[in-house]
Write a protein that binds this ligand. Structure first.
Ligand code: GLC
Length: 580
């Protein structure tokens, strides 16, 4: 490794279980009245973020990026060292850092590792074969198919179509795993690794506390450009979509583990502990089953602190007890030292409220949502909470809430409106009844605020002790006070459906977490699934039956239980004995 980073003198504290609040800057808070969220808007809301009892803030990209769909919501970066004027200036960002640090919050910026925007200086020079940029991207002459010029192989783009586009300037194909405007960097090339490490240093030297690293499985590719095997049939007979391939060669390559180790070494060169949160939501099987891939990136000494995979998005109320039991065991097996990140929503997926409870009768949704939130809080690993999930916002509907001509996400055009991510990216509702629910003083916000969100605005929820916001705030404080939830191992209990129960266990504490996955009240006798020692350690007695309300959650063995803001579900306090 040739980077000039000081070798780490001491292994820094590993952070496998922190709570990270994700801000999507365009829709968080607008300070200057142009209808678009900005960095100063985030700074103005730091007290609110701090009050949620989170440890850190992940800020989605605010770098210079092409306007419109080509910019992919900031994930096509034109200059990784410059701030897009729509979001503010470098001074605004330095102020955000200072104010966040003053409140004990860490700031993680989003680092878009595997690609740049097509109008990036490196790409402009690479397509003109200028050194040293000539091999900064993945170029190929292509192949001949049926007598015609064709892409080099069968690799597909996540956003639809081929992963290759012919560039008329260089007269070669370039690789892009997402949009055509997002050419893939050639991270197999040592010089490119050095260049991205240098960009990371720019932010770290400024005082940024770490990164959320975008699309990690896409960082490296097979240098021999072999075809991916199709799940069904043979290429070229089948010309199917992205998710019909085994990603043997296009992504999920073992070199990325070494790249991650290099990034970790860079981080460990700093005195102030830096944190890394990876995104690995694509596995080898048509993008599914990313958990094993994500686990290869996390390592106590040589890898990331934490990484999220696709599994959190698979969790729904209808997942069923068997699915969840198996999932928890898989997380524990793949991440024996912790570090799996559980995501309570993000900017790429439908809002959790709609995903887990949208199909339920209205009067059951809140309890079901809170239960899933509690499950995420109790699972081993770290936790990302996406802006608005603390309010229980439902997914904005297209076209009822967002008319078609207001859509921003390129995916609406490339793979279709039903995959459009704007429904999870509408502005934060701060003040009920105010213009644009207090997000902006402009007449028109970046995306419309759904009418239904206004009733769930922050100010309204602050004044209601039974609100989702008050519940989430207390739940996060409760989690922070349970060492077993932060660093314990997990033992899934052999309970009968619809009860899901597991222990989180560390030296000095055993916490029992039990969930009733049905809408009807049930009783549950932990001693039927626990030996006497563990039962006692969890503060329970033999034969003691616990009552769980419909979609209820119950815990025992907690330290410093917090009083519950809302009576549903039973959080933290002493377990409710079963009647009779
Ligand atoms: C990541 C981002 C997503 C973006 C994609 C391509 O998955 O979370 O928003 O579209 O990378 O950069």
């Amino acid at each position: 490794m040739s980077d000039d980073v000081k070798p780490s003198a001491a292994i820094k504290e590993h952070r496998p279980s922190e709570v990270i609040y994700q801000v999507y800057p365009a829709s968080f808070a607008d300070s200057d009245g142009d209808g678009h969220g900005d960095i100063r808007g985030i700074t103005a809301k730091l007290d609110y973020i701090k009050s949620l009892n989170v440890d850190a803030v992940w800020v989605s990209p605010f770098y210079l990026s092409p306007p419109g769909p080509e910019g992919d919501g900031g994930y096509a970066v034109t200059d990784h060292k410059a701030i897009d004027p729509r979001f503010g200036t470098l001074d605004d960002f330095k102020e955000l850092l200072k104010e966040a640090h003053g409140r004990g919050l860490r700031i993680y910026t989003d680092f878009v590792l595997p690609h740049t925007a097509g109008d990036h200086e490196w790409f402009e020079k690479s397509r003109r074969r200028e050194e040293p940029f000539k091999d900064y991207y993945v170029w190929h002459d292509g192949s001949i198919y049926n007598g015609h010029k064709a892409p080099p192989n069968n690799w597909k783009s996540v956003f639809g179509g081929e992963a290759w586009t012919f560039d008329p300037v260089r007269r070669q194909y370039y690789l892009h795993h997402f949009l055509k405007s997002q050419p893939a960097l050639n991270l197999n090339n040592e010089k490119v690794q050095e260049a991205v490490v240098d960009e990371m240093k720019f932010w770290l030297d400024m005082g940024v506390d770490g990164f959320r690293i975008d699309s990690l499985p896409y960082a490296n590719h097979d240098p021999e450009f072999r075809h991916n095997p199709w799940m069904f049939g043979q290429w070229p007979d089948v010309r199917e979509a992205w998710d019909q391939q085994f990603f043997e060669y296009s992504i999920c390559q073992p070199q990325t583990v070494k790249l991650v180790a290099r990034i970790r070494k860079l981080m460990d060169g700093y005195d102030r502990k830096k944190t890394t949160l990876g995104e690995a939501i694509a596995g080898k099987e048509g993008g599914k089953n990313a958990l094993p891939v994500a686990s290869t990136y996390v390592h106590r000494h040589e890898g990331l602190d934490t990484c999220y995979s696709d599994v959190s998005y698979g969790i729904a109320q209808s997942s069923g007890q068997g699915y969840l039991k198996d999932l928890i065991k898989r997380i524990e097996d793949h991440f024996p030292d912790g570090g799996h990140c559980n995501s309570l929503g993000n900017h790429d997926n439908p809002r959790t409220m709609t995903r887990v409870a949208g199909h339920l009768p209205q009067d059951q949704r809140e309890a079901a949502y809170r239960q899933i939130a509690m499950l995420f809080l109790c699972l081993p690993g770290s936790l990302c909470v996406y802006q608005g999930e603390e309010l229980g916002l439902p997914q904005a509907r297209i076209p009822e809430d967002i008319p078609l001509d207001r859509l921003q996400d390129p995916v609406a055009q490339t793979i279709g409106i039903d995959r459009c991510r704007d429904g999870a990216r509408t502005p934060m509702p701060w003040r009920a009844g105010a213009k644009n629910s207090g997000f902006t003083r402009a007449d028109k916000a970046y995306l419309p605020v759904p009418h239904e969100h206004d009733a769930r605005a922050v100010d309204r929820q602050e004044s209601d002790p039974r609100s989702t916001l008050r519940f989430m705030r207390e739940a996060l404080a409760w989690r922070a006070a349970q060492p077993a939830l932060l660093k314990g191992h997990t033992v899934v209990l052999d309970t009968k459906d619809p009860v899901l129960a597991f222990l989180r266990r560390c030296e000095g504490q055993v916490v029992l977490c039990a969930f009733n996955l049905s809408p009807h009240a049930v009783t549950f006798t932990p001693s039927e699934a626990l030996d006497d020692d563990l039962l006692r350690a969890a503060g329970l007695q033999k034969g003691q039956a616990l009552s769980l309300d419909g979609y209820g959650f119950i815990s025992s063995g907690d330290k410093k239980p917090v009083p519950v803001a809302a009576p549903l579900p039973n959080l933290g306090g002493a377990p409710k004995p079963a009647p009779g």
